[in-house]
Design a protein around this ligand. Structure first.
Ligand code: SF4
Ligand code: SF4
Length: 369
Protein backbone atom coordinates (compact mmCIF):
# COMPACT_ATOMS: atom_id res chain seq x y z
CA UNK A 1 0.00 0.00 0.00
CA UNK A 2 1.15 3.55 -0.72
CA UNK A 3 0.05 7.01 0.43
CA UNK A 4 -1.73 7.36 -2.94
CA UNK A 5 -3.96 4.40 -2.03
CA UNK A 6 -5.41 6.60 0.74
CA UNK A 7 -6.37 9.36 -1.71
CA UNK A 8 -10.09 9.07 -0.98
CA UNK A 9 -9.57 9.15 2.81
CA UNK A 10 -7.16 12.09 2.57
CA UNK A 11 -9.69 14.04 0.52
CA UNK A 12 -12.50 13.29 2.97
CA UNK A 13 -10.48 14.54 5.94
CA UNK A 14 -9.34 17.67 4.13
CA UNK A 15 -12.96 18.78 3.62
CA UNK A 16 -14.25 17.55 6.99
CA UNK A 17 -15.25 19.98 9.78
CA UNK A 18 -13.02 17.99 12.20
CA UNK A 19 -15.79 15.72 13.44
CA UNK A 20 -13.40 13.40 15.28
CA UNK A 21 -11.26 16.08 16.86
CA UNK A 22 -12.70 15.61 20.36
CA UNK A 23 -11.69 11.96 20.61
CA UNK A 24 -8.09 12.25 19.40
CA UNK A 25 -5.84 11.79 22.44
CA UNK A 26 -2.90 13.70 20.96
CA UNK A 27 -5.14 16.71 20.25
CA UNK A 28 -6.65 16.41 23.74
CA UNK A 29 -3.28 16.24 25.47
CA UNK A 30 -1.41 18.81 23.40
CA UNK A 31 -4.26 21.32 22.82
CA UNK A 32 -2.89 22.09 19.35
CA UNK A 33 -4.74 22.14 16.03
CA UNK A 34 -1.54 20.92 14.35
CA UNK A 35 -1.99 17.44 15.81
CA UNK A 36 -5.71 16.93 15.12
CA UNK A 37 -6.56 14.08 12.71
CA UNK A 38 -7.81 16.73 10.26
CA UNK A 39 -4.52 18.65 10.21
CA UNK A 40 -2.31 15.56 10.03
CA UNK A 41 -4.37 14.20 7.14
CA UNK A 42 -4.49 17.58 5.36
CA UNK A 43 -0.70 17.73 5.53
CA UNK A 44 -0.44 14.16 4.27
CA UNK A 45 -2.73 15.10 1.36
CA UNK A 46 -0.40 17.97 0.43
CA UNK A 47 2.50 15.54 0.51
CA UNK A 48 0.59 13.02 -1.65
CA UNK A 49 -0.45 15.61 -4.21
CA UNK A 50 3.05 17.10 -4.45
CA UNK A 51 2.05 20.54 -3.08
CA UNK A 52 4.87 20.12 -0.56
CA UNK A 53 7.87 17.82 -0.41
CA UNK A 54 8.96 16.06 2.78
CA UNK A 55 10.63 18.47 5.16
CA UNK A 56 12.24 17.72 8.51
CA UNK A 57 10.71 20.93 9.93
CA UNK A 58 7.21 19.51 9.89
CA UNK A 59 7.53 15.77 9.23
CA UNK A 60 7.43 15.12 12.96
CA UNK A 61 3.71 16.02 12.96
CA UNK A 62 3.00 12.60 11.43
CA UNK A 63 4.37 10.97 14.58
CA UNK A 64 1.84 12.68 16.87
CA UNK A 65 -0.51 9.73 16.51
CA UNK A 66 -0.94 6.72 18.78
CA UNK A 67 -2.42 4.69 15.94
CA UNK A 68 -5.34 4.16 18.31
CA UNK A 69 -8.01 4.28 15.57
CA UNK A 70 -10.39 6.12 17.90
CA UNK A 71 -11.00 8.68 15.15
CA UNK A 72 -12.51 5.91 13.00
CA UNK A 73 -15.15 5.25 15.67
CA UNK A 74 -16.51 8.77 15.17
CA UNK A 75 -15.93 9.03 11.43
CA UNK A 76 -18.94 8.44 9.16
CA UNK A 77 -16.57 7.37 6.40
CA UNK A 78 -14.50 5.07 8.65
CA UNK A 79 -11.33 6.78 7.47
CA UNK A 80 -8.08 4.98 8.37
CA UNK A 81 -6.04 7.93 9.66
CA UNK A 82 -3.14 5.98 11.22
CA UNK A 83 -2.78 3.82 8.09
CA UNK A 84 -2.33 6.93 5.94
CA UNK A 85 0.05 8.54 8.45
CA UNK A 86 2.31 5.49 8.45
CA UNK A 87 2.56 5.83 4.65
CA UNK A 88 3.43 9.53 5.06
CA UNK A 89 6.14 8.57 7.57
CA UNK A 90 7.61 6.12 5.04
CA UNK A 91 7.95 8.95 2.50
CA UNK A 92 9.60 11.22 5.08
CA UNK A 93 12.02 8.48 6.09
CA UNK A 94 12.92 7.78 2.48
CA UNK A 95 13.49 11.49 1.81
CA UNK A 96 15.68 11.95 4.92
CA UNK A 97 13.10 14.09 6.68
CA UNK A 98 12.31 11.78 9.62
CA UNK A 99 12.85 13.37 13.04
CA UNK A 100 15.95 12.46 15.06
CA UNK A 101 14.10 10.44 17.79
CA UNK A 102 12.73 8.18 15.06
CA UNK A 103 16.19 7.57 13.63
CA UNK A 104 17.43 6.83 17.16
CA UNK A 105 14.60 4.35 17.67
CA UNK A 106 15.42 2.61 14.39
CA UNK A 107 19.08 2.37 15.43
CA UNK A 108 18.03 0.75 18.73
CA UNK A 109 15.76 -1.64 16.88
CA UNK A 110 18.59 -2.54 14.52
CA UNK A 111 21.21 -3.11 17.21
CA UNK A 112 19.09 -4.90 19.81
CA UNK A 113 16.05 -6.15 17.87
CA UNK A 114 13.60 -4.21 20.05
CA UNK A 115 12.58 -0.55 20.50
CA UNK A 116 13.66 -0.43 24.16
CA UNK A 117 17.31 -0.99 23.26
CA UNK A 118 17.15 -3.92 25.69
CA UNK A 119 20.23 -6.15 25.31
CA UNK A 120 19.00 -8.77 27.75
CA UNK A 121 15.55 -9.48 26.39
CA UNK A 122 16.28 -13.20 25.92
CA UNK A 123 17.74 -13.37 29.42
CA UNK A 124 14.52 -11.82 30.75
CA UNK A 125 12.45 -14.40 28.87
CA UNK A 126 14.52 -17.29 30.23
CA UNK A 127 14.49 -15.84 33.74
CA UNK A 128 10.72 -16.30 33.91
CA UNK A 129 9.79 -19.14 31.54
CA UNK A 130 10.80 -22.71 32.46
CA UNK A 131 13.25 -24.33 30.03
CA UNK A 132 10.92 -27.28 29.34
CA UNK A 133 8.52 -24.89 27.57
CA UNK A 134 11.05 -23.89 24.92
CA UNK A 135 10.22 -26.68 22.46
CA UNK A 136 11.45 -25.75 18.95
CA UNK A 137 9.18 -28.31 17.26
CA UNK A 138 5.99 -27.24 19.13
CA UNK A 139 3.15 -26.57 16.72
CA UNK A 140 1.24 -24.35 19.13
CA UNK A 141 3.56 -21.61 20.34
CA UNK A 142 3.33 -18.50 22.47
CA UNK A 143 5.03 -15.57 20.77
CA UNK A 144 5.63 -13.35 23.80
CA UNK A 145 6.78 -10.18 22.00
CA UNK A 146 9.16 -7.59 23.43
CA UNK A 147 6.51 -5.73 25.45
CA UNK A 148 5.28 -8.82 27.31
CA UNK A 149 8.89 -9.90 27.94
CA UNK A 150 9.54 -6.49 29.48
CA UNK A 151 6.56 -7.18 31.79
CA UNK A 152 7.35 -10.91 32.05
CA UNK A 153 6.37 -11.39 35.69
CA UNK A 154 2.89 -9.97 35.00
CA UNK A 155 2.25 -11.74 31.69
CA UNK A 156 4.51 -14.71 31.08
CA UNK A 157 4.72 -16.04 34.62
CA UNK A 158 0.94 -16.36 35.10
CA UNK A 159 0.57 -17.59 31.53
CA UNK A 160 3.13 -20.33 32.14
CA UNK A 161 1.28 -21.38 35.30
CA UNK A 162 -1.97 -21.49 33.33
CA UNK A 163 -0.41 -23.60 30.56
CA UNK A 164 0.96 -26.08 33.09
CA UNK A 165 -1.99 -26.00 35.48
CA UNK A 166 -4.54 -26.54 32.70
CA UNK A 167 -2.28 -29.32 31.32
CA UNK A 168 -1.94 -27.71 27.90
CA UNK A 169 1.24 -29.72 27.33
CA UNK A 170 1.15 -29.22 23.57
CA UNK A 171 1.91 -25.48 24.00
CA UNK A 172 5.51 -24.25 23.74
CA UNK A 173 7.10 -20.82 24.00
CA UNK A 174 8.93 -19.27 21.04
CA UNK A 175 12.60 -18.53 21.60
CA UNK A 176 13.81 -17.83 18.05
CA UNK A 177 16.01 -15.08 16.70
CA UNK A 178 13.41 -12.25 16.65
CA UNK A 179 11.69 -11.57 19.97
CA UNK A 180 9.85 -8.48 18.67
CA UNK A 181 7.05 -8.68 16.07
CA UNK A 182 8.56 -5.76 14.12
CA UNK A 183 5.73 -3.29 14.82
CA UNK A 184 8.21 -0.44 15.49
CA UNK A 185 9.70 -0.81 12.00
CA UNK A 186 6.25 -0.79 10.38
CA UNK A 187 4.99 2.14 12.47
CA UNK A 188 8.16 4.17 11.83
CA UNK A 189 7.67 3.70 8.08
CA UNK A 190 10.80 1.55 7.61
CA UNK A 191 9.05 -0.80 5.22
CA UNK A 192 12.18 -2.49 3.85
CA UNK A 193 13.37 -3.18 7.38
CA UNK A 194 9.92 -4.46 8.35
CA UNK A 195 9.65 -6.77 5.34
CA UNK A 196 13.10 -8.26 6.02
CA UNK A 197 12.17 -8.76 9.68
CA UNK A 198 8.85 -10.40 8.71
CA UNK A 199 10.58 -12.78 6.31
CA UNK A 200 13.02 -13.91 9.01
CA UNK A 201 10.28 -14.32 11.58
CA UNK A 202 8.13 -16.27 9.12
CA UNK A 203 11.02 -18.69 8.62
CA UNK A 204 11.47 -19.10 12.39
CA UNK A 205 7.75 -19.79 12.83
CA UNK A 206 7.38 -22.07 9.81
CA UNK A 207 6.72 -25.19 11.94
CA UNK A 208 3.94 -23.57 13.97
CA UNK A 209 0.28 -24.28 13.28
CA UNK A 210 -0.99 -21.80 15.85
CA UNK A 211 0.75 -18.72 17.25
CA UNK A 212 -0.65 -17.28 20.49
CA UNK A 213 0.11 -13.63 21.26
CA UNK A 214 -0.32 -12.19 24.79
CA UNK A 215 0.23 -8.76 23.19
CA UNK A 216 -2.63 -7.64 20.86
CA UNK A 217 -0.27 -5.49 18.78
CA UNK A 218 1.84 -8.57 18.01
CA UNK A 219 -1.34 -10.47 17.10
CA UNK A 220 -2.40 -7.77 14.64
CA UNK A 221 1.06 -7.38 13.13
CA UNK A 222 1.73 -11.13 12.73
CA UNK A 223 -1.81 -11.94 11.60
CA UNK A 224 -2.65 -8.94 9.40
CA UNK A 225 0.29 -6.64 8.64
CA UNK A 226 2.57 -9.52 7.59
CA UNK A 227 -0.05 -10.49 4.99
CA UNK A 228 -0.37 -6.86 3.82
CA UNK A 229 3.38 -6.96 3.14
CA UNK A 230 2.92 -10.27 1.29
CA UNK A 231 4.76 -12.22 3.99
CA UNK A 232 1.80 -14.14 5.46
CA UNK A 233 2.39 -16.65 8.23
CA UNK A 234 1.12 -20.14 7.48
CA UNK A 235 0.03 -20.40 11.14
CA UNK A 236 -3.23 -19.15 12.58
CA UNK A 237 -2.53 -16.18 14.88
CA UNK A 238 -4.64 -15.92 18.03
CA UNK A 239 -4.87 -13.41 20.85
CA UNK A 240 -4.68 -14.93 24.31
CA UNK A 241 -8.43 -14.60 24.90
CA UNK A 242 -9.17 -16.26 21.55
CA UNK A 243 -6.97 -19.22 22.48
CA UNK A 244 -8.01 -19.64 26.12
CA UNK A 245 -11.67 -18.60 25.80
CA UNK A 246 -13.01 -21.86 24.29
CA UNK A 247 -10.79 -23.97 26.62
CA UNK A 248 -11.93 -22.17 29.77
CA UNK A 249 -15.59 -22.05 28.75
CA UNK A 250 -15.62 -25.86 29.07
CA UNK A 251 -14.17 -25.77 32.61
CA UNK A 252 -15.59 -24.52 35.86
CA UNK A 253 -13.43 -21.87 37.54
CA UNK A 254 -12.05 -22.87 40.94
CA UNK A 255 -13.41 -19.57 42.29
CA UNK A 256 -15.14 -16.45 41.03
CA UNK A 257 -13.34 -13.27 42.00
CA UNK A 258 -14.96 -10.93 44.49
CA UNK A 259 -14.85 -7.14 44.26
CA UNK A 260 -15.59 -4.51 41.65
CA UNK A 261 -13.61 -4.50 38.41
CA UNK A 262 -13.42 -2.29 35.36
CA UNK A 263 -11.73 -3.10 32.06
CA UNK A 264 -9.48 -0.99 29.84
CA UNK A 265 -9.88 -1.91 26.14
CA UNK A 266 -6.50 -2.06 24.35
CA UNK A 267 -6.84 -0.33 20.96
CA UNK A 268 -5.39 -3.24 18.98
CA UNK A 269 -7.51 -5.84 20.75
CA UNK A 270 -10.84 -4.01 20.54
CA UNK A 271 -10.70 -1.68 17.55
CA UNK A 272 -8.25 -3.47 15.24
CA UNK A 273 -9.13 -7.10 16.14
CA UNK A 274 -12.72 -6.61 17.31
CA UNK A 275 -12.34 -8.78 20.45
CA UNK A 276 -14.02 -6.47 22.99
CA UNK A 277 -17.16 -8.62 23.32
CA UNK A 278 -15.24 -11.89 23.63
CA UNK A 279 -12.92 -10.58 26.36
CA UNK A 280 -15.95 -9.41 28.34
CA UNK A 281 -17.53 -12.87 27.95
CA UNK A 282 -14.34 -14.42 29.30
CA UNK A 283 -14.30 -12.03 32.25
CA UNK A 284 -17.95 -12.81 32.98
CA UNK A 285 -16.89 -16.43 33.64
CA UNK A 286 -14.52 -15.42 36.43
CA UNK A 287 -15.94 -12.27 38.06
CA UNK A 288 -18.64 -12.48 40.68
CA UNK A 289 -20.03 -9.02 39.96
CA UNK A 290 -20.79 -7.47 36.57
CA UNK A 291 -17.93 -5.54 35.04
CA UNK A 292 -18.24 -1.78 35.61
CA UNK A 293 -17.62 0.05 32.34
CA UNK A 294 -15.57 3.27 32.53
CA UNK A 295 -16.50 6.44 30.62
CA UNK A 296 -15.40 5.62 27.04
CA UNK A 297 -15.19 1.86 26.57
CA UNK A 298 -15.35 -0.77 23.85
CA UNK A 299 -15.06 0.75 20.36
CA UNK A 300 -15.12 4.17 22.01
CA UNK A 301 -12.33 3.52 24.56
CA UNK A 302 -9.67 6.19 25.00
CA UNK A 303 -6.08 5.13 24.23
CA UNK A 304 -3.65 4.65 27.15
CA UNK A 305 -0.96 6.51 25.20
CA UNK A 306 1.17 3.42 24.59
CA UNK A 307 0.78 3.05 20.84
CA UNK A 308 2.30 4.35 17.64
CA UNK A 309 5.84 4.68 19.05
CA UNK A 310 4.74 7.81 20.94
CA UNK A 311 6.21 6.65 24.30
CA UNK A 312 9.60 6.33 22.58
CA UNK A 313 9.44 9.53 20.56
CA UNK A 314 7.22 11.93 22.53
CA UNK A 315 7.20 10.59 26.11
CA UNK A 316 5.42 13.64 27.57
CA UNK A 317 2.53 13.25 25.15
CA UNK A 318 2.32 9.54 25.98
CA UNK A 319 2.32 10.34 29.70
CA UNK A 320 -0.44 12.92 29.24
CA UNK A 321 -2.64 10.39 27.44
CA UNK A 322 -1.99 7.78 30.14
CA UNK A 323 -3.04 10.24 32.85
CA UNK A 324 -6.19 11.10 30.92
CA UNK A 325 -7.11 7.42 30.59
CA UNK A 326 -6.14 6.53 34.18
CA UNK A 327 -8.48 9.33 35.33
CA UNK A 328 -11.36 7.92 33.27
CA UNK A 329 -10.76 4.43 34.67
CA UNK A 330 -10.73 5.83 38.21
CA UNK A 331 -14.08 7.52 37.48
CA UNK A 332 -15.63 4.07 37.04
CA UNK A 333 -15.40 3.73 40.82
CA UNK A 334 -14.19 0.12 40.50
CA UNK A 335 -11.61 -1.18 42.97
CA UNK A 336 -9.45 -2.80 40.29
CA UNK A 337 -8.69 -2.34 36.60
CA UNK A 338 -8.03 -5.24 34.22
CA UNK A 339 -5.88 -4.76 31.13
CA UNK A 340 -5.09 -7.19 28.32
CA UNK A 341 -2.01 -5.55 26.77
CA UNK A 342 1.50 -5.18 28.21
CA UNK A 343 1.89 -1.70 26.71
CA UNK A 344 -1.33 -0.54 28.39
CA UNK A 345 -0.22 -1.96 31.73
CA UNK A 346 3.06 -0.06 31.65
CA UNK A 347 1.39 3.19 30.60
CA UNK A 348 -1.43 3.07 33.13
CA UNK A 349 0.69 1.95 36.07
CA UNK A 350 3.12 4.75 35.24
CA UNK A 351 0.27 7.27 35.41
CA UNK A 352 -1.34 6.16 38.69
CA UNK A 353 0.01 6.46 42.20
CA UNK A 354 -2.02 3.48 43.40
CA UNK A 355 -1.62 0.24 41.46
CA UNK A 356 -4.99 -1.41 41.08
CA UNK A 357 -4.10 -2.93 37.70
CA UNK A 358 -4.32 -6.62 36.90
CA UNK A 359 -3.54 -8.46 33.68
CA UNK A 360 -5.94 -10.87 32.01
CA UNK A 361 -3.42 -13.65 32.70
CA UNK A 362 -3.34 -12.84 36.44
CA UNK A 363 -7.14 -12.78 36.65
CA UNK A 364 -7.54 -16.11 34.84
CA UNK A 365 -4.83 -17.75 36.92
CA UNK A 366 -6.38 -16.58 40.17
CA UNK A 367 -9.78 -17.85 39.16
CA UNK A 368 -8.97 -21.18 37.50
CA UNK A 369 -6.07 -22.53 39.59
S1 SF4 B 1 -11.19 10.83 10.16
FE1 SF4 B 1 -13.31 11.21 9.47
S2 SF4 B 1 -14.19 12.53 11.07
FE2 SF4 B 1 -11.93 12.61 11.31
S3 SF4 B 1 -11.26 14.41 10.10
FE3 SF4 B 1 -11.15 12.60 8.73
S4 SF4 B 1 -13.15 12.54 7.67
FE4 SF4 B 1 -13.38 13.90 9.46
S1 SF4 C 1 -5.45 7.19 15.46
FE1 SF4 C 1 -5.81 8.05 17.51
S2 SF4 C 1 -4.06 9.44 17.88
FE2 SF4 C 1 -4.11 8.98 15.66
S3 SF4 C 1 -5.27 10.64 14.76
FE3 SF4 C 1 -6.75 9.00 15.18
S4 SF4 C 1 -7.56 9.45 17.25
FE4 SF4 C 1 -5.69 10.69 16.96
Amino acid sequence: MKLGDHKKDLGRCTYCPKLCRFCCPTAEVEHRETVTPWFKMSLAERLRSGQVSADADWAEVFYHCFGCLHCRTHCRHEVDVPGALIQARAICLEENAAPAPVLDLLKRQQSTGNPFGEDDLRKKLHAVVDEDLFVPEAQVVVFAGCQAIQEASRYLLPLQKLIKGLKLDYVGVYDGEQLCCGAPLWQAGDFDGFRAHAEQLRRSLSEARTVICPCPTCAYVLGTVFAQFEVPLSAEVLTLDAFLGPILARRKPARRLKGSFTYHDPCYLTRYLDRGKEVRELLALVLEEDLIEPPYHGEDATCCGGGGLVPHILPNVAQGAAELRAGQLAQSGAEKVITACPGCLRQLEGASSASPYLTLEEILLESYL
